[in-house]
Design a protein around this ligand. Structure first.
Ligand SMILES: Cc1cc2nc3c(=O)[nH]c(=O)nc-3n(C[C@H](O)[C@H](O)[C@H](O)COP(=O)(O)O)c2cc1C
Length: 307
């Protein structure tokens, strides 16, 4: 029996639930020699802003126990270069391509979506980064406030019929409130989580390690924190959820799906093992075959909580 790994995110069907996470997989092209990209459920691009950004001063990455901190600061080529230099490659792919969008104001998010809407037809949808902890304006400033999440999601909903994924921050006391705001404003899907704010210290220099002082914590230690956030969202919203945070193996994917995620994104693991996403797809297939699971969707939200 060949198991059916396909899943639905609203109206969009993915061949399997494995996507790569924004900022950890470039624009896809960089990974083509390691990964058969068409084996993936989809690729999420680096966050795209209206103009190119060089990002934060160094150091921008540091390994810490259980994961790493990054303060890249949304370095990216900007929407025009994305269209001329990155889109041709992405448009040839058979897997789903999702463009992650960021900005410093609602206007900026709108301008990226409006510009992309003029030129592309291939992309499956947009992931709206309302959760970057490493920039002074935008990102987290919007993402922490349910009213702002509602406002920006409503504004973007008017500009596109494509799948709108709202990416949430875990740096709040009530992630459910944010998810609900995104759902009520017309978001199709939620993705969670972006990184937790963290800080690394160089004791000898009595300085922070990162140029930005704080950074976003990602990696294995994030998994159980992320699972709890997915659980909270699952109990609050009815739209599909993409689980992100510390996923390194197919077993991690299964945990997220049982808790309620319809799909997942692989982030920091790509830095450790560049072909891990493709490997996870194969391992999920083997797991489902070995456990007589004909459709992987039967796992979604099937966690048994009565003891
Ligand atoms: C180096 C790096 C850069 C990132 N850049 C972005 C970004 O541009 N946009 C975004 O939405 N998330 C970005 N993220 C967050 C990831 O997409 C993901 O939400 C987070 O790392 C948690 O997943 P993980 O533990 O599997 O890495 C970045 C993460 C890392 C490690």
């Amino acid at each position: 029996m060949v198991p059916d790994l396909s899943i639905n995110l609203g109206k969009t069907k993915l061949d399997n639930p494995v996507l790569t996470a924004s900022g950890t997989f470039g624009y896809g092209e960089e990974f083509q020699e390691f990964v058969n990209l068409n084996r993936l459920g989809g690729i999420v691009t680096k966050s795209i802003t209206p103009r190119p950004r060089i990002g934060n001063p160094p150091h921008r990455l540091v390994e810490v126990p259980g994961g790493m901190l990054n303060a890249i600061g949304l370095a990216n080529v900007g929407v025009e270069k994305f269209i001329s230099e990155k889109m041709p490659f992405l448009s040839e792919l058979k897997c789903k391509v999702i463009v992650n969008v960021a900005g410093e104001s609602i206007n900026e998010y709108e301008s990226v979506i409006a510009r992309l809407a003029e030129v592309e037809d291939h992309f499956a949808g947009y992931e709206i980064n309302l959760s970057c902890p490493n920039v002074k304006e935008g990102g987290l400033t919007f993402g922490k406030d349910a009213g702002q999440v509602f406002k920006i999601t409503s504004a973007l909903r008017k500009l596109t019929d494509k799948m709108l994924i709202i990416k949430l921050t875990p740096n709040v006391s009530d992630i459910g409130e944010l998810g609900l705001a995104a759902q009520e404003a017309g978001g199709d899907v939620l993705s969670a989580i972006n990184t937790f704010v963290g800080l690394a210290v160089n004791v000898e220099k009595r300085r922070p390690v990162l140029g930005n002082i704080t950074g976003g914590f990602s990696g294995p230690a994030l998994k159980s924190l992320a699972l709890a956030k997915i659980w909270e969202l699952k109990n609050t919203v009815s739209i599909p959820i993409i689980g992100i945070g510390g996923i390194f193996t197919h077993k991690d994917v299964l945990e997220f799906m049982l808790v309620g995620a319809s799909a997942v994104q692989i982030g920091t693991a790509n830095f450790v093992e560049p072909d891990v996403s493709q490997k996870i797809v194969g391992d999920l297939e083997k797991y489902c075959s070995g456990h007589q699971i004909s459709q992987i969707t039967e796992l979604i939200g099937s966690l048994e909580t009565r003891f």
